[in-house]
Design a protein around this ligand. Structure first.
Ligand SMILES: O=C(O)CCC(=O)C(=O)O
Ligand SMILES: [Fe+2]
Length: 292
């Protein structure tokens, strides 16, 4: 049994090779990066606590990580981290990677199975992140339900002049956390060290990112990081994103023992403010509108 927390090796490497800080022009650095990788199977071993720490560290430092071996373990002799069907996920991943297959051809049951799996994974991760803050994980579980979460199927057509057009403009997500299933085309980039870092597609992993609500609820410990999608001139791209959202009446506030960075707000207020900003000034302002 590997006694080292696996992320630490990946993570140390990332920390010990600081990226070029000169490039602050907002253009892609071109180097694809390997996000922190979390092996979820460790949650079933004596290294579970290391694994949970890795998740929290990645959420705090990167706001982004990949969950690994979620897919590969199903059907094997070991128990998969989530006791649910992985059929929908495997099917989606293989279908997203076949060219000329659009969402229209994916069966409704497959989409539903995928939503059920991503929903379980999102609750599991949110629970771990809440627990690491010393907060009540049941609060998130109770507020984020099948009625309030949603899944989006994204199709990015190929674009002959991608440098002038984004598949998806730079943004942060207005939720607790997002889980992304993507094909092998690539194009997702995140802002780190003041520049855009492409996220290398990994067929065995899902990408997880922290949203604005977790950043506020954690009083700035977990980071909601700006990301965008750059279109490819040669390939269309497909992805599926699951958003862990609470009901509109949910109150987002940091722990009473802390000096709050953000004022207390409801998810309804947050959504309304985002919509208003987009309408009036053309873009989302986000959490900086809610400073204490
Ligand atoms: O398609 C992607 O890679 C990212 C999607 C995304 O950021 C979103 O839907 O909010
Ligand atoms: Fe996003």
């Amino acid at each position: 049994m590997d006694s080292n927390p696996p992320l630490m090796s990946t993570y140390k490497k990332l920390l010990s090779s600081p990226l070029d800080p000169c490039n602050d022009l907002g253009v892609s650095s071109g180097e694809e990066c390997q996000l922190p990788v979390i092996d979820l199977e460790l949650l079933n071993t004596e290294n579970a606590e290391f694994c949970k720490t890795d998740i929290a560290v990645a959420a705090a430092d990167w706001g982004f990580f990949q969950t690994f071996r979620l897919i590969a373990t199903d059907g094997a002799h070991r128990r998969p981290p989530l006791s649910t069907s992985y059929h929908g996920l495997r099917l989606i991943i293989s279908q997203l990677n076949q060219s000329h297959v659009s969402f229209k051809h994916i069966a409704r049951e497959t989409i539903e199975e995928l939503a059920a799996l991503l929903s379980k994974l999102a609750s599991l991760l949110a629970g771990i992140l809440a627990e690491r803050l010393g907060r009540n994980a049941a609060y998130l579980e109770e507020k984020c339900t099948n009625e309030t979460c949603y899944m989006r199927l994204n199709h990015y057509p190929m674009c002959p002049m991608p440098s002038n057009l984004f598949g998806l403009v730079p943004h942060t997500d207005s939720d607790f956390l997002t889980i992304l299933v993507q094909d092998q085309v690539g194009g997702l980039e995140l802002m780190k060290f003041g520049k855009w870092i492409p996220v290398k597609p990994n067929p065995d992993a899902l990408v997880v990112n922290i949203g604005d609500l977790f950043q506020a609820w954690s009083n700035g410990v977990y980071k909601s990081v700006e990301h965008r999608v750059v279109s490819s001139p040669h390939h269309e791209r497909y992805s599926v994103a699951f958003f862990l959202c609470p009901s509109y009446d949910t109150i987002i506030q940091s722990q009473e023992t802390e000096t709050p960075i953000y004022r207390r707000f409801s998810f309804r207020e947050y959504r309304q403010q985002v919509q208003e900003d987009v309408k009036l000034i053309g873009h989302k302002v986000g959490l900086s509108r809610f400073l204490a």
